[in-house]
Design a protein around this ligand. Structure first.
Ligand SMILES: [Zn+2]
Length: 378
């Protein structure tokens, strides 16, 4: 029995570890089933357990655009703490001669610019730089609108679910059988049964294992066919992942999540929240994005061009967000209503981070102007 136990332990440990990601910077991890998803922002990103689940990763946009140029000061960030560049740089379109990618970073004229999140590829930045101005400005607005399309994200999940239905069924069968088999072996089911029944099950065991092997094979083959119908832009790492999963069955039990790697386009995290998250999470993210748009922090020492670019992008993003928030029944006035004082001494609060203050200081440590709190709860 002990050799079984260690095999099972390794199997389930590999299953648990499968799909865990540790990106260099915090990202939004969406683990969804059907039309709903849970949204987590962090550095340790785990997939869901269910084979029916899908998964998407979303990043805040690491740059801002305007007709004047591009800068690496993010605007309208949803993540907290919001990522900020070590040093803000801005390029006027006319000054951009070459762009590239180096170790996950986009470079402009050879200098490190911002993380490569997929919102704009290096070649697309160069493309914008080479456009004549009357073409470029509408194109920039087009891009900003393109990163805010919840309906498109919902369509992508439907297509992914439809095309991975068969491997998901095989995954479900495999997982259910593996759970029953593990419970039987670990709980020492044989000792609890009559000797004849236990012997019969012992004889059936190789057959069950063979059946599991077939189900695994069918899942991998059908998933491979699904990948060919779910084309992703850029480098496709899913073929290699599927090959590795074929050799290690515990890695082949989330084939829908595997097929969805790269399937979801880079959009604003708020678009993901509006498409899939519950009301509470949508409100939280809308609060953070709008807070960052209204009370930007950390840009006091930025070069003038960076400030101009960021201000333009902020105005454009605000304009594009308004109808989306209205459609999602998110009222800005309600999101930013003054909190009740959390103690008798608390008299002021920061509208961006909601910290409360007892003294009459004018600004919070981030430099945001404080406001008066609501009446203290009795
Ligand atoms: Zn604050």
């Amino acid at each position: 029995m002990s050799e079984w136990a260690s095999v099972l332990l390794v199997f389930w440990a590999l299953w648990l570890a499968d799909g865990i990601k540790l990106p260099p910077a915090a990202r939004f991890n969406l683990t969804g089933r059907g039309r709903r998803a849970r949204l987590v922002f962090g550095r340790l990103l785990a997939p869901g357990w269910s084979p029916t689940g899908w998964r998407a990763l979303a990043d805040d946009m690491p740059f801002a655009l305007s007709p004047a140029g591009i800068c690496n000061r993010p605007v309208g960030s949803a993540g907290r703490p919001a990522e900020a560049p070590a040093r803000a740089t801005a390029w006027a379109w006319g000054d951009i001669r070459e762009t590239g990618v180096q170790g996950g970073w986009i470079t402009i004229n050879g200098a490190r610019f911002c993380r490569d999140t997929g919102h704009l590829r290096a070649s697309q930045i160069l493309g914008l730089a080479r456009m004549p101005e009357p073409v470029r400005t509408p194109r920039i607005s087009w891009w900003i609108a393109r990163w805010l399309r919840p309906a498109h994200l919902r369509r992508r999940t439907r297509a992914l679910a439809g095309r991975t239905l068969v491997p998901v069924v095989f995954n479900g069968v495999f997982l259910a059988l593996a759970v029953v088999l593990s419970a039987y072996l670990l709980a020492d089911g044989a000792s609890r049964l009559a000797p004849r029944q236990a012997e019969m099950i012992a004889r059936l065991l190789p057959l069950v294992l063979g059946y599991l092997g077939l189900v695994h094979l069918a899942a991998v083959v059908t998933a491979w066919r699904a990948l060919r119908r779910l084309k992703v832009p850029g480098e496709d790492k899913r073929g290699l992942a599927l090959f590795s999963a074929a050799l290690l069955p515990p890695q082949a039990l989330r084939l829908r999540a595997l097929a969805g790697d790269g399937w979801f386009p880079a959009q604003h995290p708020l678009a993901y929240a509006l498409a899939f998250a519950g009301k509470r999470e949508r409100e939280d993210l809308a609060f953070q994005v709008l807070g960052d748009l209204r009370w930007p922090i950390g840009e006091a020492g930025d070069p003038p061009l960076a400030k101009t670019v960021a201000a333009w992008h902020r105005a454009e993003l605000t304009k594009r967000l308004d109808p989306l928030l209205a459609a999602a029944d998110l009222d800005e006035a309600k999101l930013f209503v003054a909190p009740r004082a959390d103690g008798p001494a608390s008299c002021r609060y920061c509208p961006r981070c909601r910290s409360q203050f007892t003294s009459e200081t004018a600004r919070c440590p981030h430099g945001v102007e404080l406001r008066a709190t609501g009446r203290a709860a009795d």
